[in-house]
Write a protein that binds this ligand. Sequence first.
Ligand code: TXA
Ligand code: MG
Length: 338
Amino acid sequence: MKDKPLRQRPAPGSILPADADAIRLAGDILRAGGLAGLPTETVYGLAADATNAEAVARIYEAKGRPRFNPLISHVTDLAQALEHGVFDGNALALAEAFWPGPLTLVVPLRAGSAISDLARAGLDTVALRVPGRDTARAIIAAAGRPLAAPSANRSGRISPTTAGHVAEELGDKVDIIIDGGPADVGVESTVISCMDGRVTLLRPGGVSREAVERITGLRPDSPMDSPDAPRSPGMLASHYAPLAPLHMNATQPPREHAVLTLGPQKIVGEGHSGAVFNLSERGDLREAAARLFSALRELDATRPVAISVVPIPMQGLGEAINDRLARAAAPREILQSD
Ligand code: TXA
Ligand code: MG
């Protein structure tokens, strides 16, 4: 008897019907850092291993997203969600009522979770969802890790509800597309944050506000109702910003500044006393994006007077990196007086 032939990788952008072989193949591709079109009940997702920051950087690259928004990590069930997030009573009740289904819960990150900084945009919270489609959960199980997946469209375009839409949007930027038939909800999941006993509706979607209220007995806040709503562009509550002031496009950083560099050139002189972090020695913007949030935290932890950042080219992921840095550099006196 002959051995079964080795499964070949399909050409990028190929659409495969959701059978057991295709699901295993998608799992292999995702574990190797690739991207897969993921059929969920809401919309098709563009999935990558949430624990692999370079794979997550490829999502932003493929979508052409000019900024790093925090992404939803998709898991198989509540047990896997509990490995990554800390659930209070409201979060547990909502998960039990609506999972699998079109509800995403934002909760504090559990210590030891391997979900990458980039998938969380540097935040100490994590967005988790158990999708309502068997095929989606089978692909997550085949990958063996949580999958970061925003909608599988190019930035600024409408969300795809069929495998064909994903191919039209992303073509060969996605390694494989699994066809699970048309999405039945057609709008994204409802995003609810459960923190400190409060329930906040961050994005309306497939589960209604009233349904959330029925389960928790609390009327969900809107983000704008809360006293700590963002007031200054650098301090959007959903974005991490370092404590130290940040200076962009620095070509001759003062010797006491911490410095964020990129590429092979040495830019700090003899006797430089601040910490230095190179985002990518070879100047690779995907690697730089993958390391950006941990770099900011690491430099900030040295309590520098300021962080100087060398010019970052605007091409490809450079646009999102510059956007993030510009937000971190924006003035935030208002917050400090709160
Ligand atoms: O239906 C859906 O949710 C689709 C399918 C593919 O599952 N996915 C989706 O993912 O829409 P994404 O990553 O584009 O949704 C991210 C939403 C944004 O509104 C984002 O601001 C919010 O979730 N979000 C994610 N992490 C967050 C966090 N830590 N804190 C606050 N908001 C967060
Ligand atoms: Mg979207």
